[in-house]
Design a binder for this molecule. Sequence first.
Ligand SMILES: [Zn+2]
Length: 264
Amino acid sequence: MTLAHPAYGKLRAVTPSAAVLLANNPGPMTLDGTNTWILRAPGHTDCVVVDPGPDDPGHIAAIAEATAGAVALTLITHRHPDHTGGIDELVRLTGAPVRAMEPEFLRGDVRPLIDGEVIEIAGLRITVLHTPGHTADSVSFLLADAVLTGDTILGRGTTVLDRDGTLRDYLRSMDRLLDAGAGRALLPAHGPDHPDLEPVARYYISHRHERLAQVRSALDELGPAADAMDVVRKVYADVDESLWPAARSSVESQLTYLRSEADA
Ligand SMILES: [Zn+2]
């Protein structure tokens, strides 16, 4: 039987070389939970894990079981704890090295990820794309037939720009992902996967431009010195209030973007 998202606690095959294990940490910011991706080239026994997920021993034990402990490398898409919290437990169970852009998450004798780097391991060829915006350290991983986008593009809804992410970076990252990923499967860190990244990326880009237009008109009403939270109350009136603090950091980056445009 083919499994469908969300399939908690079950390894669900998505492409010939990628399967997902969904952590049971649903919430407003994590959608159905964190997708831990397990990449295994056809004919190979060892694999690459992308995002161990939260500090949940049951989930980490499930990763170790699904991989039979044969993890050649663990990769991290970005610093948030729902992606990185389980690192040390996974290292304890598998001994696999961990690579990320942020040095604090490195384990073993490894270097931080570099933009454009090609990782050839366990029969896989993985290109690292630095795609900042959700956070400054967000990376995506390009495979021959798929792109792992972390929280830069989610399987549904839209993403939030954290304090260290800027809208300028985010829009640039989206263009980059479109260029590199159109026609390849979208394997996000939350929500369902999609057979083609392109329509989802295009929706994200148009959504950002719509929100920008809304922020621009909110500023016309509220005055150019309006505070981010005033703008959130206007522009995110359709979004649950529990998400307003997250929306606030997105609005702050939109305000920075608009104000820098005005200065330019
Ligand atoms: Zn995140």
